[in-house]
Design a protein around this ligand. Structure first.
Ligand SMILES: C[S@@+](CC[C@H](N)C(=O)[O-])C[C@H]1O[C@@H](n2cnc3c(N)ncnc32)[C@H](O)[C@@H]1O
Length: 260
């Protein structure tokens, strides 16, 4: 599905400039809003609509009335708990000063928790293969104004609009301390986040042997997988599963340098 960019209902010089810049960055076209509601734009343009508002970018996929936009999502409450107890941090062994590669950035909530942990001496890179999602999240991480305690960690995350496998292939052995993968679940779950409107747009590609092998080569300390509790990917690809009772998803870990 193509994406067309427009402005808020009442455009300003700022939102018009944002639409032009966004179109240029993504190689997409702009349509004048002309006071049309989103459903009309969907009907007339047969495209997903990316709206440049003063405060944020909002994506309305065709057939959806609820937009996708950046916000810290689960990181908002996870960041208030002891970070060492966060399941991703516990499983990965991520510590201050580490480098963290998130292969499947999505809303960047996990990357944000990683960024809080690694701090200013560390590095966080997030790959997102869908260019529109990547752009919304990149801009959101730069422009988000609430929760000032998260701003430094948000700004630290480098968003790369690319497929994770291509990114891994371009990097040398042991380039990142921790590598993380959270592909889209194949099982339907009730999502509490605003990622739900994006189900149709996200890359639904699943883990492959090549992806895991590349991650093991590029990771120094650990490769972590998050998947649905019914997923057999943990066993298929050699991850040690950490069972979390009464949760819909589990984490699994590989320590690639044990025996490298
Ligand atoms: C389940 S979401 C990740 C959610 C994320 N962990 C968070 O905290 O918001 C998966 C995301 O990864 C992206 N994705 C899937 N496969 C990918 C790949 N091979 N390379 C880069 N991004 C990928 C999808 O488009 C989607 O946005």
């Amino acid at each position: 599905m193509k994406t067309i960019i427009t402005t808020a209902y009442r455009p300003t010089e700022e939102t018009k400039r944002c639409a032009k810049d966004t179109a240029q960055a993504l190689g997409l076209t702009v349509a004048e809003r002309n006071k049309r509601p989103i459903y009309k734009l969907h009907e007339e343009l047969a495209a997903d609509i990316l709206v440049c508002k003063k405060e944020r970018l909002e994506l309305y996929p065709v057939g959806q009335s609820e937009p996708f936009f950046f916000h810290p999502n689960s990181a908002a409450f996870r960041s208030k708990r002891p970070l060492a107890d966060d399941p991703l941090i516990e499983v990965s062994g991520l510590v201050a000063g580490d480098s963290f590669l998130d292969c499947t950035l999505g809303m960047a909530s996990d990357a944000l928790i990683g960024s809080l942990v690694v701090g200013d001496a560390g590095r966080v890179v997030g790959c997102e293969s869908d260019p529109v999602i990547g752009h919304i999240v990149r801009e959101g991480l730069k422009r988000y104004t609430d929760m000032p305690q998260l701003h430094e960690s948000m700004r630290r995350i480098e968003v790369v609009s690319t497929d994770a496998l291509d990114y891994l292939k371009a990097h040398g052995d042991d380039s990142f301390d921790v590598i993380y993968m959270d592909p889209m679940f194949t099982e339907r779950i009730t999502e509490a986040s605003n990622f739900a409107p994006l189900r149709s747009n996200a890359d639904h590609g699943q883990l492959t042997e090549e992806w895991v092998e590349e991650a093991k080569r590029v990771a120094k300390k650990s490769v972590v997988l998050k998947a649905h509790f019914r997923s057999t990917d943990f066993e298929t690809f050699g991850f040690k599963r950490r069972v979390r009772p009464n949760t819909k998803f589990h984490f699994g870990v590989i320590h690639p340098n044990t025996g490298k």
